[in-house]
Design a binder for this molecule. Structure first.
Ligand code: C2E
Ligand code: MG
Ligand code: MG
Length: 249
């Protein structure tokens, strides 16, 4: 009962309209207070507890989205981070679809964020799991793109619909020409593969404008809002729907 989810909005790059929210795990530790995933996620992975906590996160995000829908919060969906370990569980896809059904949600309302670590080890089960989810309508995003193990030849073996440009590229935009060149290439690659592109870690208006010009579809970062408890995210989404703030002028 000490885990909870915070939610960070993802906005449309041109209009600034809120599209969805990414669920991010937090641990309210009885002595140490609010802990970020950096402080405990490796431990969950190593101990195997991530299977259980990760499943809880999916259930909880579905419960919350269904509540938001009842409250008429203008959000299309939620994104949940999933560890590669979870994708190796043979019944993972069925458990995700069961969570969606239990909360009366369409599978299209859920996005699953995976990382390039899926390519370490045997990929047969993880890819079958992802295909099953994709066929049911769940959207698959490749997170932290450009930092991991993927060779480009792997990209088309995954049923992904979205590429999330890692925030390390975004951070260097406007500082280093190479970051601009790399980001431009990632967006071009995504476009050629007909994937949606989301940039994360957007902190400045200059970054947002560059990313929009480069052709990113959606943006996420402190410029818009930090990860917030569920009520804060709902307020943000409602405020934005009433008074949209264009990202670029
Ligand atoms: P991620 O999935 O890449 O999530 C984005 C991280 O970037 C979040 O860190 C978020 O707070 C942070 N961030 C967002 N906007 C900005 C910005 O403008 N600037 C900077 N500097 N940072 C920004 P957080 O919440 O600490 O999460 C860290 C990582 O922990 C996540 O990275 C994800 O890989 C993992 N994680 C979080 N929740 C879960 C979960 O439920 N399951 C699993 N397996 N992993 C999770
Ligand atoms: Mg993520
Ligand atoms: Mg990321």
């Amino acid at each position: 009962g000490e885990f909870m989810l915070h939610y960070q909005p993802r906005v449309h790059a041109r209009t600034g309209a809120v599209r969805s929210a990414e669920a991010l795990l937090r641990w309210t530790h009885p002595e140490r207070g609010l802990l970020m995933p950096g402080a405990f996620i490796d431990l969950l992975e190593e101990s195997g507890l991530i299977d259980e906590v990760g499943q809880w996160a999916i259930d909880e995000a579905c419960r919350q989205l269904s509540q938001w829908q009842r409250d008429r919060v203008p959000l299309r969906g939620v994104a949940v981070n999933v560890s590669t370990r979870q994708l190796h569980l043979p019944d993972f896809a069925e458990r995700v679809l069961a969570a969606l059904a239990a909360h009366g949600l369409s599978p299209t309302a859920l996005e699953v964020e995976i990382t390039e670590s899926i390519f370490v080890g045997d990929t047969t089960i993880p890819i079958a799991t992802l295909n099953r989810l994709r066929d049911a309508g769940v959207r698959i995003a490749l997170d932290d793109f450009g930092t991991g193990y993927s060779s480009l030849s792997y990209l088309h073996k995954l049923p992904i619909g979205i590429l999330k440009v890692d925030r390390s590229f975004v951070a260097d935009l406007g500082q280093r020409d190479s970051a601009l060149a790399l980001t431009r290439s990632i967006v071009a690659l995504a476009r050629a593969l007909r994937l949606q592109v989301v940039a994360e870690g957007v902190e400045s208006r200059q970054q947002a404008e560059l990313l929009e010009e480069l052709g990113c579809d959606e943006l996420q970062g402190y410029l818009f809002e930090r990860p917030l408890p569920a009520t804060g995210l709902a307020d943000f989404a409602v405020r934005r729907a009433e008074a949209p703030e264009a990202v670029t002028r």
